[in-house]
Design a protein around this ligand. Structure first.
Ligand code: CS2
Length: 462
């Protein structure tokens, strides 16, 4: 069935994840229950995605890569792609249009312009300072703020603002950032947003590796809009959606009162393990998650981390047995067709570490639990951001704090000094926790430097 519904959603950050996760799911909902839930996608930076999709009217192939077979469907619910820097006013008009009931976001962790350690707006962020004094924004929170301002001024009903990024309490975090900005613009606008606009928390899950030129070359139509994903998908949404809403509940999306147990499970178990494989696996020479997960030392390490250090900090979400969830993760990671690069996941570690690893570490410290495995992951990140691999080759480290991470690593005269210098970055590490882990983390880091990642991981296993 070809769906060309009218747009009801404007989505900021049209990466592969949204195209392989939410768009197919929205199509499933429209096939069951109809509705105009077409999507206008917004690229906040470059024209690449628009240019890849425009020749085919924004329709694209979405390929599911199972462990044995692949299946393909064609997605047709994306109506248009706007490139924000080309015409920011057009983006705001789409977001402020009364037909737009949902403004959704996948702008990655750093797109929220928050302080990762506290979750609050980073008031020193140069783009935020700019957006507060310009009517045409450049940041994602700036777009949300100015679109809400237009709706408020025009008397247009408040939309649902749906963050779909891997952040703890993503809805509340975005709400806090937007409200902090609104307070600088107008008290009335602030109060309208606070009382009328809903920002549900969500947990989103599907592994979607970045599409490579080789993937496109191998596709039967060489379609540049191609996205590829694993079979698994899970979407849990806090049930505070403004009406109308797509019939996602009829096609397997879970609407619940409290998303937190699902979200913490996913961030700490899936994303935490992903980051562990990204840094330590990369250092040990594993280019992909499947390769690393297929290495018995790393598979053993993940099982140990999950069962001994992560699961003890979690509340079991309804309907899920955490030990089974862990085994399922290992199977998902081992999917040989996915070619999910460890270097892709390693990106932006300063923004990811707090919710993936450091929150767990903090909980374990409070309860007197074991933290040896978590420390190996933090040490792996520290070694990785130093910029040189175990093979002596430079690492293409990408992070919003890259310059600071590199200069702190470079200026440190010893491994002890490296650990201390990185631990004192307060945007990432809570100073109290930093003080508690300095000693053992330094030992682990020295082992990584001396013995390598794989041997250090192996020694951590009981
Ligand atoms: C990954 C996630 O790149 C990363 O940091 O950990 O994109 C991960 O694949 C998804 O969250 C899975 O749902």
């Amino acid at each position: 069935m070809t769906l060309r519904p009218r747009p009801g959603i404007v989505h900021l950050g049209l990466g592969a994840f949204f195209r392989a996760f939410a768009l197919p799911w929205l199509e499933d909902a429209m096939e069951v229950a109809g509705g105009d839930w077409g999507v206008i996608g917004i690229s906040l930076r470059s024209a690449g995605v628009r240019d890849a999709l425009a020749p085919n009217g924004f329709c694209y192939p979405c390929v599911e890569i199972g462990p044995k077979a692949q299946t393909e469907r064609r997605i047709t619910a994306l109506q248009q792609v706007l490139v924000a820097p080309e015409d920011p006013a057009a983006v705001l008009s789409a977001m402020a249009d009364p037909a737009t009931h949902i403004i959704s976001l996948t702008v990655t962790e750093k797109g929220y312009c928050h302080d990762p350690a506290t979750g609050r707006l980073n008031r020193d962020h140069p783009d935020i300072l700019r957006d507060l004094s310009h009517p045409l924004p450049i940041t994602a929170p700036g777009y949300v703020l100015r679109a809400l301002q237009q709706r408020y001024q025009a008397g247009t009903p408040a939309p649902t603002v749906l963050s779909c990024d891997n952040l703890p309490g993503n809805g509340a975090l975005l709400r806090g950032v937007v409200l902090d900005m609104a307070a600088e613009v107008s008290g009335d606008l602030h109060d309208w947003i606070a009382s009328k606009v809903t920002f549900p928390q969500t947990m989103v899950d599907r592994i979607v590796p970045a599409t490579t030129p080789q993937d496109i070359a191998a596709h039967r139509h060489h379609d540049a809009g191609l996205v590829q994903h694993e079979p698994f998908r899970q979407w849990v949404i806090e049930d505070v959606f403004a009406r109308p809403r797509p019939a996602l509940d009829q096609v397997g999306v879970q609407f619940v009162k409290d998303v937190a147990p699902f979200e913490e499970m996913k961030l700490r178990m899936l994303n935490g393990a992903h980051s562990a494989l990204a840094y330590l696996g990369y250092l040990a020479g594993h280019a992909t998650v499947a390769e690393a997960a297929g290495d018995p030392v790393f598979a053993g390490f993940l099982r140990y981390l999950w069962l001994q250090e992560i699961i003890p900090t979690l509340v079991q979400p309804e309907g899920i047995v955490l030990a089974d969830y862990a085994e399922d993760l290992l199977t998902r990671f081992a999917n040989p067709g996915l070619r999910h690069q460890t270097s892709q996941i390693a990106m932006d570690g300063s923004q990811k570490l707090p919710q993936r690893i450091l929150g767990t570490l903090d909980d374990q410290l409070r309860e007197g639990g074991n933290i040896d495995g978590l420390l190996v992951v933090v040490a792996g990140w520290m070694r990785y951001v130093g910029g040189t691999g175990e093979d002596g080759q430079p690492i293409d480290m990408q992070d919003p704090l890259a310059e600071e991470l590199k200069s702190r690593s470079r200026d440190a005269a010893s491994p002890e000094a490296t650990v201390a210098a990185l631990l004192s970055i307060e945007a990432v590490f809570d100073p109290v926790i930093a003080g508690q882990i300095l000693g053992p983390l330094t030992k682990t880091y020295i082992s990584l430097v001396t013995n390598g990642a794989r041997a250090t991981v192996e020694r951590t296993l009981p």
